[in-house]
Structures are given as C-alpha cells and as structure tokens.
Design a protein around this ligand. Structure first.
Ligand SMILES: *Cc1c(COP(=O)(O)O)cnc(C)c1O
Length: 368
C-alpha cells in the first residue's frame, strides 16, 4: 500500500503518535464525571480494565509515566528509604530526580547489564544493613522494555523471588510492557505477575495522546492515588483522556508486532550501509540503536531534518523508534535517505570518515 504523506517521518520516539480518527471519536463520545470524586465512569472503566489485564487489584490513571513512577515510589517508600534502580533507568535518570526531590527517597543506582536487567548479586551487595548510618533499602525498580529489550521471564521470576526473600518491594517501570509481552508472545499478566506495582504508558506505542496507569495492590494504589492529588495530578472530567486509553488497550496492543517488524526492517536496511553500525542486540521490539562516526551524527540529523525525517541523535549514536504513525514505506524511504547522506558525503570525499579502526561508541541517546 503506498500512501503519500504530508506528515514527517518522526522516529525520535513513540510518544509522537497522534490519536487516530476512531480514537478521537471515542474521546468525543466519552461519558465523564468528576474523577477526583471517583465519579468519572470512563476513568473507572479504564482503571478496572488495566488492572484486569495486568492481574492487579487496582489501578490509578495519571497524566504521565513520570507521575506514575513518582507516585509509585512515594507509595512504596518513605523519607529516608532507598530504592535500587538502573543507572540508565528512566526512573532514575530522566524524571528530574523526583523521588529524591519530593519524597526524600534516596536512589541507589547500579549499572544495568547488557540485557537490560540488574544483576541480583549486585543488588544484594547494595542492600544496606539495618543501621542508622544508612538509608533503609525498601524497593527494587526494574524497567521493561529497557532500551527496547524485553527482560527474560526467567529473570523476572528470580527477581521476584529475590525481593520476597529480602523483604523488598518490586516495582516495574513498564512504560512499554506491552511491547515486551508482544515480543515474548505472552499475555501481559505473565510479566506483571512478578511485580507488586507496574506503571504502563498509554501515550507511547499504544497511541493515546496522554496518560499512564499505575497498577498494583489495592492499598498501595490507594496510597498512590493520595500522592497523585498531592503532586497536583487529580484530574476532573478526565474521561475524555481515559476513553483514548481504553481505545488504545482495545485496538493497539496486538498491532505493536507491526512496529517490531518495522524496527527489524529498519535495522536490516541500515546494517547494509557501511558507515552505520547497528547495535548487536538488534531490534527486539520497536527501537533501533546505531552508531555512526561521532562527528557525523549531528550532520545526519540535520540532513534528514531537511527531508522531513526526525531522529534521536547523540554524539556518534542514533536512536530510532517505530510506532503506529510509521509504515513500511516510511522505513524504506528513511533507509534510502540515510544511504543517500553517506553516499553523498562519499562523493564530496574530504569529510568521509575512514571505516578502518572506527569503533561504535557506547550509546548515550536519551532513553525516553
Ligand atoms: C516515557 C517513559 C517514561 C515516562 O513517561 P512520560 O509520560 O514521558 O512521563 C517512563 N519510563 C520509561 C521507560 C519511558 O520510556
């Protein structure tokens, strides 16, 4: 199917998706009430639906993934407590330090393993003794998918067992948990069952314009709901937004497989370009990371920008995220444009970087 697009090919993130006509229709038709009074039927329905899918007792609808993780941490931990988290995890690195800023909760960041997990031996070594010198270690926080990688179910089972033995809570930043479930070919509950609480973004690959849901045990979610109000997140006729979330959960979960296929096609296409090294873990889900010569990434981004194509780029690294507003034709056009950039520079000669001795740099592109 060819279609001429007047919208750019935006591969910076799956947050850029726009609500479809059908989703907008569902929003326009939503029944609403005042959600702070618990009276918005659409919000209540979304919360029940999300909790049901994840196999949790309760859920709370919030405006963003950041707010969802924040109120989860505030509900799990008190001032003077500590959570163990990935050094490169969104919750630690990309959320303004919210848990520390607003909750007096100390993070204990640890380097993530190449598969996106935290080594449980390293977590164990980081747990502080019960002694007034130390913060009280209370919670382990994982992320799934982590930079596009789905954590193995066997690892999740061990993490759950470990935290139970150590009397720690366990929270999942599952912004893209549905991408992980689709990749693994399991119902999402097979992932969420290993966690006390799970935060899920509706506004990424699922295509809703706004919103996340935090799912977990009834009392924890009640505590989080209280914190949602404290941080100014109590919304009123939020049913118009919740209706988009319901639509997303009903229509946009299985189609994530298309985004994953497109990411693989993108990785394959780019790997045929000499000047581009696609990260070896490839495109498990909807993200592709690649390296180019450090001095070329900004230039590449600008070149693509002139052609209506947008990418995430750090020095020597690019991050590309597929989503429901990008189709296979777009992928083909994008790969051609990247190839054109490098062959063009080859003709110019001078600025072309020699391939020999070039090593891909460790990626640092933002992990949103
Ligand atoms: C996007 C994202 C979040 C936060 O979501 P926002 O809605 O942008 O605040 C949290 N964790 C991960 C892994 C994300 O990708």
């Amino acid at each position: 199917m060819t279609k001429v697009k007047n919208v750019p090919i935006d591969l910076r993130s799956d947050t850029v998706t726009r609500p479809s006509a059908a989703m907008r229709a569902a929003m326009a038709a939503a029944e609403v009430g005042d959600d702070v009074y618990g009276e918005d039927p659409s919000v209540n329905r979304l919360e029940a639906m999300a909790a049901g899918m994840l196999g949790k007792e309760a859920a709370v609808f919030v405006c963003s993934g950041t707010q969802s993780n924040l109120i989860a941490l505030l509900a799990h931990c008190e001032r003077g407590d500590e959570y163990v988290v990935g050094q490169q995890a969104h919750t630690y690195k990309y959320e303004g330090g919210g848990a520390a800023v607003l909750g007096g909760i100390q993070p204990q960041p640890l380097d993530l393993e190449p598969d996106g997990s935290l080594d449980l031996r390293k977590v164990e070594a980081a747990i502080k003794p019960d002694d007034p010198h130390f913060a009280r270690t209370r919670l382990l926080c994982l992320e799934n998918t982590q930079a596009g990688k789905a954590l193995p179910l066997e690892y999740l089972r061990r993490a759950r067992e470990f935290t139970a033995a150590k009397r720690l809570g366990i929270h999942l930043d599952g912004a893209r948990i549905f991408n992980a479930a689709v990749h693994l070919g399991v119902p999402v509950g097979e992932i969420s069952r290993h966690f006390d609480s799970v935060s899920v973004c509706l506004s990424k690959g699922l295509g809703a314009p706004v919103g996340s849901v935090l799912c977990g045990p009834r009392d924890l979610v009640a505590g989080a709901r209280r914190w949602r109000k404290v941080v100014g997140g109590g919304m009123r006729q939020a049913g118009v937004l919740a209706a988009a979330g319901i639509y997303a959960l009903e229509h946009n979960v299985e189609r994530l497989a298309e985004d994953h296929e497109n990411a693989r096609a993108l990785a394959d296409g780019l790997s045929r370009i000499d000047e581009v090294s696609v990260a070896p873990e490839g495109a498990q889900t909807n993200m592709v990371f690649a390296s180019v010569a450090p001095q070329r990434s900004a230039e590449l981004r600008a070149y693509l920008g002139e052609r209506g194509m947008r990418i995430g780029a750090g020095p020597g690294t690019i991050r590309l995220v597929t989503h429901l507003d990008v189709d296979r034709g777009d992928i083909g056009r994008f790969v051609e444009a990247v190839a054109g950039f490098f062959s063009g520079s080859g003709l110019k000669g001078a600025s072309r970087s020699p391939r020999a001795g070039y090593r891909p740099t460790r990626r640092s592109a933002r992990s949103r």
